[in-house]
Design a protein around this ligand. Structure first.
Ligand code: RP5
Length: 183
């Protein structure tokens, strides 16, 4: 009996540990060349202690991988997907078309049109298939992560309180920089 109970305890503990590591957010990007910008999202999740995974999949070059990723996302436990792409940036839209999870799109500057192409392709979704589109580039990648954290915070008080601390920190940093200008 004793062994058995201990066994169940160990199993439950393993499941708990596995769940804790299970990614809540999927960060997708169209190419490995997007990583230096999309890393801003990962950095924020690290700071917040939010589990995430990073994947390269392209709506155009590896369409099946992108589709399978979106179709399996919910059952794999993801709550939100952040998709960044440049040029004719259809990745976030295609992902949204294959899942009911919230999809956040990051238009990236990867062509002579400096991200305007990606912005319009990401933001102009037909009614029924939404993509929450952020700013072009690094600011957008970071804000995508902050928005994802806010959505998770609706049901996770721990993340909610980390977001409060994040904002307080930001206010302090801005005040300190302002002082240097003002004195
Ligand atoms: C898009 O085309 C990617 O998201 C990337 O931003 C851009 C260029 O990709 P590479 O040619 O650098 O792989 O699909």
């Amino acid at each position: 009996g004793c062994y058995c109970r201990r066994d169940i305890g160990a199993k439950a503990m393993k499941r708990f540990q596995k769940d804790a590591k299970k990614p809540l957010v999927g960060i997708l990007m169209g190419s490995d060349s997007d990583l230096p910008v999309m890393k801003a999202a990962a950095d924020f999740f690290k700071e917040m202690g939010i589990s995430y995974e990073m994947t390269v999949a392209s709506a155009h070059r590896t369409p099946e991988k992108a589709m399978n990723y979106a179709r399996s996302a919910q059952e794999r436990g993801l709550k939100i997907i952040i998709a960044g792409a440049g040029m004719a940036a259809h990745l976030a839209g295609v992902i949204s078309s294959h899942t009911d999870l919230p999809v956040i799109g990051i238009p990236l500057d990867a062509s002579p049109l400096q991200g305007m192409d990606a912005l319009l392709a990401t933001v102009q979704m037909p009614p029924g298939i939404p993509v929450a589109t952020m700013a072009i580039g690094k600011a957008g990648a970071k804000n995508g992560a902050v928005l994802a954290a806010r959505i998770l915070a609706l049901e996770n008080p721990e993340i909610a309180s980390r977001l409060v601390a994040f904002r307080e920190n930001m206010v302090q940093e801005v005040e300190e920089k302002a002082k240097r200008v003002e004195e």
